[in-house]
Design a protein around this ligand. Structure first.
Ligand code: FES
Ligand code: FE2
Length: 382
């Protein structure tokens, strides 16, 4: 984000506060509950979105140095991410090409050759079949070139490793084209020069979209977060802007309303607002004053979602026990606040079974939720 845009966003919020108005869409909208509760619908989302669109699979710092590897599930597929001796990243299915055993059992480490724990076939970190025990006798004329590891489209950009969780997709991945104009905000965040200070994974009994919806409006702060963050935020004040399928939300703190006492040259949006990026389909970044909370979700079914919450901090922040304590404390505050949202999400999901509510209503100041759902609908219909 450039300076003109940063000041424009702050002035927009101050203007709304002066008019005592929320940021309003033209109309209210309806969202049918089948979007969140149907197994058939979830399978369509998996096929047309989760297995087709670029997914953030890891932060670059997790795959640091030549021969580093990570084995993790990405959109339900076992994936092996490797960095070769030239620093290039590849993504493979973590599935043996002999009889399908899980090739790498460790979740991370450093290796150049991957050997299957079943019969000992091995592959290089470029995915080439290297050795087959008793090959001459058991597998005469084995077409070795056809037995390389199955490759997934992969790219390293903006501090993340992105994959398309689909071994049949032979295309190359252009992340800047996917991000469009929001790429300049990613540059502004300088994510490549960050490291993970604290992380955790939680599993929540709610649809992934219910959980996204829980974060992109400020209408609920006063009530749902009364005991935590509400006192630091003005009531029901936030803005959003779409960048293609992606969204940037500005959630101002009350301190933003006092900025007129300071010269404009000292205004910094990160000091007086949370900036929330919703990168389709499953990554959110909550940008706070001195750190970024990276939320990566892995939709498991129509009613279950695993979320990885990681506090990303600048590489040059000191590795001292005091700083670690500071990051832990901040992570804990975010955890408690997000759990308030997630518990509500679980209760909403449980309520779908009642069929009492055929659709949800989005008020004019909840327009971001409607826009997010329209993006999903558009992706579903291609
Ligand atoms: S299944 Fe992997 S070597 Fe046999
Ligand atoms: Fe919330």
């Amino acid at each position: 984000m450039d300076r003109t845009e940063e000041l424009g966003l702050i002035k927009e919020i101050i203007g709304l506060a002066e008019q005592k108005s929320a940021y309003l869409d033209d109309t209210i909208a309806h969202s049918p509950i089948s979007r969140y509760s149907s197994a058939e619908r979830f399978e369509r989302e998996r096929a047309t979105i989760f297995r087709r669109k670029p997914i953030v699979a890891a932060h670059s710092s997790e795959l640091e140095g030549a021969r580093a590897f990570l084995a993790r599930d990405v959109m339900g597929l076992p994936v092996l991410l490797v960095r070769d001796d030239d620093g290039e990243v590849s993504a493979f299915l973590n599935v043996c090409r002999h009889r399908g055993a899980k090739l790498e059992r460790e979740s991370s480490g450093c290796k150049r050759v991957f050997t299957c724990p079943y019969h000992g076939w091995s592959w290089t970190n470029k995915g080439e079949l290297r050795a087959v025990p008793q090959e001459a006798q058991g597998f005469p004329d084995l077409p070795r070139a056809e037995r390389g590891l199955r490759r997934l489209p992969v790219a390293e950009a903006h501090g993340f490793i992105w994959v398309v969780a689909n071994p049949d997709d032979g295309s190359s991945l252009d992340i800047d084209a996917w991000l469009g104009e929001i790429a300049s905000d990613m540059d502004w965040l300088d994510l490549a020069n960050h490291k993970i200070a604290v992380e955790e994974t939680v599993e929540i009994a709610a649809n992934w979209k219910v959980l996204v919806e829980g974060g992109i409006e400020a209408y609920h702060f006063r009530v749902a977060h009364a005991a935590t963050i509400a006192p630091h935020f003005p009531d029901n004040l936030s803005t959003y802007r779409m960048f293609g399928p992606h969204m940037r939300s500005i959630l101002p703190r009350s301190s933003m309303m006092e900025l007129d006492e300071k010269p404009e040259t000292e205004w910094e949006i990160r000091q007086d607002a949370n900036v929330l990026y919703t990168l389709m389909p499953t990554t959110q970044m909550l940008v706070q004053q001195d750190h970024i909370v990276w939320i990566n979700s892995e939709p498991l079914s129509e009613g279950r979602t695993a979320l990885r919450l990681a506090t990303l901090v600048p590489n040059d922040s000191p590795d001292t026990p005091e700083m670690q304590k500071h990051w832990q404390k901040n992570h804990q505050i975010t955890h408690v606040t997000l759990m308030e949202d997630f518990v509500l999400g679980e209760e909403i999901q449980a309520g779908f079974a009642s069929r009492g509510n055929p659709s949800h209503l989005f008020g004019r100041f909840e327009g971001a939720l409607n826009r997010f759902n329209l993006v999903v609908e558009e992706m579903l219909t291609g």
